[in-house]
Design a protein around this ligand. Structure first.
Ligand SMILES: [Zn+2]
Ligand SMILES: [Zn+2]
Length: 142
């Protein structure tokens, strides 16, 4: 079950480099991390890797399809390595915590558009908004 990052990189014709491996490991440990979090996690183990290098790696991995970039309205961009399954996200309005939600129907595009305007739809991006358990608890105990 442990994803083999080197195999993943080679499969999309990307060279295996230490920063790329470090970013993939960071996203495995912390799905939906924002850029600053990824930079902090990578630099904790590899202090010589620059901020710009992490930005570049995130862009290269996203372009190659190994990383998915999500950006809930009003929030910063987040990254995750769970790709290709068209899963959705639930976002806490209060603290910004994000969790994965599997497709409601089970396969992409999950929802059938009431009018697809002639497009071939291959993905439905759904964001559920609400209050996470921690924030709900904090609110009732005030
Ligand atoms: Zn919350
Ligand atoms: Zn996700």
């Amino acid at each position: 079950m442990t994803p083999d990052f080197e195999t993943q990189l080679r499969a999309v014709s990307l060279r295996v480099t230490r920063p790329r491996l470090a970013v993939l490991a960071a996203l495995r440990d912390r799905p939906h991390a924002d850029t600053d979090t990824v930079i902090a996690m990578v630099r904790a183990h590899h202090p010589t890797v620059s901020h710009q290098a992490v930005y570049n790696v995130l862009r290269a991995l996203t372009d190659a399809g190994l990383v998915r970039r999500i950006q809930p309205a009003g929030g910063t961009a987040r990254y995750e390595s769970r790709v290709g399954d068209n899963h959705h996200h639930i976002v806490c309005r209060s603290c910004g915590t994000i969790a994965d939600v599997d497709c409601a129907v089970g396969e992409a595009p999950c929802l059938t558009a009431s009018d697809d305007h002639g497009f071939v739809v291959d993905e439905a991006e759904v964001v559920y908004w609400g209050t996470c358990p921690d924030c709900a608890t904090a609110r009732t105990s005030q």
